[in-house]
Design a protein. Structure first.
Length: 223
């Protein structure tokens, strides 16, 4: 190997070659650093997105409504109510009432306006009868029900006329109610449906007791 006075080895400029190598290595390190930074940022971004999704799901699960259609068949009250037994507010988007005795049941009673009241007040069996209305809800759609809250679709007070009471129960027993609702995040919840055939039970239980007897403030006919 022959060294020259100008730092050349067999025609190579050693200083220039080292400088070029340093530049190349610096560029490679910079590119690797950028790639590592980009990968880290993408990973962090994905982690943050997943955390946000989990937090949102946790928040939504914490305020999830649960619709129940409660029937009361007391001696002092016959009623149909929509109750929110969930953990968050319940927004009713639609309430459909199907009456087996109505020829137009697929067209009527879908607006949510006085829905069950309309069915009862227009039924032929109850025409001309002075119904003992206790309460009813005029408009159901877009109603917000808080946790533990309720909407009374219809409620009758004490009915002394046993024949009228049986007619009311018979009309109710042929009705099916479907409630569509969502939570405060606009998430659609599973539709709740219930047939009111509960009102078409035998007049007496297996012990011969009349079903409407109300003992000690409680009744076994509340479902």
């Amino acid at each position: 190997m022959v060294k020259t006075a100008n730092n050349r080895i067999k025609g190579f400029d050693v200083t220039a070659t080292i400088t070029e190598l340093v530049i190349i290595i610096t560029v490679v390190i910079a590119i690797i650093s950028l790639c590592v930074t980009w990968i880290f940022n993408q990973s962090q971004r994905k982690h943050n997105e997943e955390s946000i999704k989990l937090q949102k799901k946790h928040n939504e699960d914490g305020v999830r409504p649960l619709c129940e259609i409660i029937l009361s068949d007391y001696d002092e009250e016959i009623a149909v109510k929509i109750v929110n037994n969930g953990t968050g507010p319940m927004i009713i988007t639609d309430c459909i009432c199907t009456d087996k005795d109505s020829k137009n049941r697929n067209e009527d009673y879908k607006s949510g306006y006085a829905i069950l009241y309309k069915v009862m007040s227009t039924n032929k069996q109850l025409a001309g009868k002075n119904l003992p209305w206790k309460d009813f809800t005029e408009y159901v759609n877009e109603r917000s029900i808080p946790v533990g809250g309720k909407v009374v679709l219809i409620a009758f007070g004490h009915i002394s006329d046993s024949n009228l009471k049986e007619r009311i129960r018979d009309v109710l027993s042929k009705i099916t109610i479907r409630v569509y609702y969502e939570d405060v995040y606009k998430n659609r919840m599973p539709m709740k449906e219930r047939e009111l055939s509960f009102f078409n039970r035998p007049a007496h239980d297996e012990k011969g007791n009349y079903r409407h007897v109300h003992k000690e403030g409680y009744s076994n006919t509340h479902k």
